[in-house]
Design a binder for this molecule. Structure first.
Ligand code: IVH
Length: 675
């Protein structure tokens, strides 16, 4: 296949796998296989920049920052919704409609959809290609956020319509959807901002809005935004289904993400039942919903009913009861995080909010407490949303009786009694004692957690216990645990100890990206860890980098660069790294370094066999391709090199027969200049 054809195939394949992963949540290939395809595309595009198209999946975060957003005229008004707060309101809505219906008593059916608490976007497709994305704005004119929306992997860049699907795709199509910030990501996101001394987002909705309205799309690209689509705003050149229920399915068939939680309701009683069923469910899903949207299923009829102000008559929002309650603030406890941030935590008089008893809530930081003038003994308003930690919104000043006490930040760390530190320009207060035992507990928890080294056998309380028993003085000590000494601990039977140790041992096979993440360097989560290792190849490369060099990496700003440089400059951290190295932790990235691709293997054909020391076969393939080489399945006269690892079989003998040179992984790395 010629490169020009291959690039088209790859573009479609990568887009398809993004769709499987981000829209259907049902990937059909492994991450490594996906990476191989993606990197092959990157390499081909690097060799042929003239073939790069705007809808290529590699271009999702490629655009340059804007000075300001351009204005966009929507093709039709982007309407809002009237609210109902009870089943009675719902029936009253039906009654109000009577005057406008062709027959007041006609039966109506409905669709009940979750009302996502995000922000509306309007997506334009011309000939199946995503050409423009805009915010709602005032409903008539919005802001052009196309380049930011391109970074959302759930938004199709190109609508794939199989020729045999029988689907008619209008050459001009405008779709409406709601962009939101998944709840499970919100808390960690805010925690990172807190640690960085950055202002917090009040709720996932604000985080979604703040993330989308960034002039620099590279910022949007690293925020975990996603979208559900629910409406067709405009179309030309082909017809679309007439009912809302079919339209949702039509959107789904075109490859848009559509909530699976919408239900068809044959009448209003069914709608009322759907509403009741939603109330207990709303806290179990990964996005914030503030109600359901009830839509008349017959869309031409619904649209013919017109609107009142900005609210269409044919649909209504049924809001859920508020997830806010008042209770008493009994005390404030201090928690210390793994970076040493001391965070105030509210101890509340237990209160039931949305079916859950809430006893604790976050107070964010001491500046927030002062700004809102929250005092111990206050009646406070507490909000709970999904899985997000409940938080104190503020005090009810009118309820004060004068016995309330002002909250002062601690002068010393409550866990190690060392004086607390404040960093100029940051709101957080820190315990900067590296020997603080509580911080170590947090660091170990983080090190073994699923997003980091993922040591599943290291249970919740194990870290605290081993620290208390003096087995662990720093995170590297995890790799120096003594089996006999562990067996002497109460409750540590042989099986448990062996499980624990084999889990720890197995973690040495994790990637360098995970290891770097697990070190818990400020601002270095998994995304940044990947960027850094792609650029510097290994932890040693990273340690040798200057602040200026760090800043040249795309996605790494001055704050991250300073945090990384400071961490590696610290003697204690250097010593910690050596201890990890001696234990056999992975320092070199096995990934293909996209940003340092060379063309050094162009024109060379490789075959891979056996088990390589650090790369999987997929990774080796991606590596070769990213450097311009080709990988084929069997050894022939046209093979330039056989890349062989342990237990190589017939391919190795064939290569020897044909006098094809055999390479090790290390020799391969040397060929491309070593990384
Ligand atoms: S339909 C004419 N459906 O709620 C169509 N809106 O309070 C009006 N929203 O501005 C919108 N989920 O931002 C619709 N399934 C859904 C929705 C939804 C969330 C938002 C949307 C709208 C607001 C109205």
């Amino acid at each position: 296949m010629k490169d020009e054809e291959r690039i088209v195939v790859l573009r479609d394949q990568v887009n398809y796998h993004l769709y499987r992963y981000h829209v259907l949540d049902a990937p059909v290939i492994s991450d490594a296989e996906y990476d191989a395809l993606y990197h092959e595309l990157v390499a081909l595009e690097a060799a042929h920049p003239e073939w790069v198209t705007a809808d290529s999946p590699t271009q999702r975060a490629g655009a340059e920052p804007l000075d300001a957003f351009a204005k966009v005229n929507h093709p039709a008004p982007i309407l809002s919704l009237a609210n109902a707060f009870s089943v009675a309101d719902l029936f009253a809505w039906r009654q109000r409609l009577e005057r406008y219906l062709p027959d007041p008593a006609m039966p109506l059916d409905f669709v009940a959809e979750p009302k996502l608490d995000g922000l509306t976007v309007v997506l334009t497709y011309v000939n199946g290609r995503f050409t423009q994305g805009a915010t709602r704005g005032n409903g008539e004119i919005g802001e052009d956020v196309t380049q930011n929306l391109r970074t959302l992997k759930a938004i199709p860049q190109k609508i794939p319509v199989a020729p045999d699907s029988g689907l008619a795709l209008p050459p001009y199509l405008v779709v409406r959807g709601e962009v939101f910030f998944p709840l499970d990501r919100f808390e960690a996101f805010n925690a990172a901002r807190l640690a960085a001394g950055e202002p917090l987002y009040m709720n996932p909705r604000n985080a979604a809005s703040g993330s989308l309205r960034q002039l620099d799309p590279k910022i949007t690209a690293v925020r975990p935004l996603t979208i559900y689509c629910y409406d067709l705003v405009a179309w030309e050149g082909a017809s679309v289904p007439d009912t809302q229920w079919e339209r949702l399915d039509y959107l789904r068939q075109l490859g848009f993400p559509v909530s699976a939680d919408s239900v068809y309701c044959a009448d209003l009683t069914a709608v009322a039942a759907a509403y009741e069923a939603w109330i207990p469910r709303r806290n179990q899903i990964n996005y914030e919903v503030d109600g359901i949207v009830v839509k008349i299923n017959n869309r031409p009829l619904a649209d013919s009913l017109g609107f009142v102000g900005k609210d269409p008559r044919g649909a209504i929002a049924m809001k859920f009861p508020a997830q806010e309650k008042t209770t008493r603030l009994l005390d404030v406890q201090v928690n210390v995080g793994r970076t040493g941030v001391l965070a105030p935590n509210a101890v509340l008089e237990p209160v039931e909010i949305g079916g859950v008893v809430v006893r604790n809530a976050t107070l964010h930081n001491y500046d927030e407490i002062a700004r809102k003038d929250i005092r111990i003994g206050d009646t406070v308003l507490v909000k709970r949303a999904g899985d997000v930690i409940p938080y104190v919104i503020g005090p009810v000043i009118e309820q004060r009786d004068g016995t309330e006490r002002v909250i002062t930040p601690p002068a010393v760390c409550p866990f190690c009694n060392q004086p607390v530190k404040r960093i100029e320009g940051e709101v957080a207060i820190y315990c900067d004692n590296p020997a603080c035992p509580e911080q170590l507990v947090r660091r170990v928890e983080y090190f073994v957690s699923r997003g980091a080294m993922d040591i599943g056998t290291f249970g919740g309380k194990t870290g605290a216990l081993l620290i208390e028993q003096g087995f662990i003085h720093d995170i590297a000590d995890l790799y120096y645990l003594d089996r006999a000494a562990l067996l002497a601990l109460e409750g540590f039977q042989e099986k448990k100890v062996d499980n624990l140790l084999s889990g720890i041992e197995a973690s040495k096979n994790q990637s360098a990206e995970r290891f770097l993440t697990a070190l818990g360097i400020g601002f270095v989560g998994s995304v940044v860890a990947g960027l850094l290792l792609d650029a510097f190849g290994s932890l040693d490369g990273l340690a040798a980098a200057t602040r200026e060099e760090l800043e040249t990496v795309e996605g790494v700003g001055p704050q991250i660069a300073a945090s990384v440089a400071d961490w590696f400059a610290d003697e204690r951290n250097r010593a910690l790294l050596e201890k990890f190295r001696a234990a056999g932790l992975p320092f070199a990235s096995r990934r293909t370094a996209v940003s340092v691709v060379t063309q050094s293997l162009t024109g060379l054909t490789f075959v891979i066999t056996g088990t390589l020391p650090t790369m999987s076969r997929d990774e080796a393939k991606a590596f070769i391709e990213a450097h311009g080489g080709k990988v084929t399945g069997s050894v022939s006269k046209n093979t330039n090199y056989l890349l062989a690892g342990e237990n190589a079989g017939s391919k190795l003998s064939k290569a020897e027969q044909l006098a094809v040179p055999v390479l090790s992984e290390a020799e391969l790395r040397e060929m491309v200049g070593g990384d």
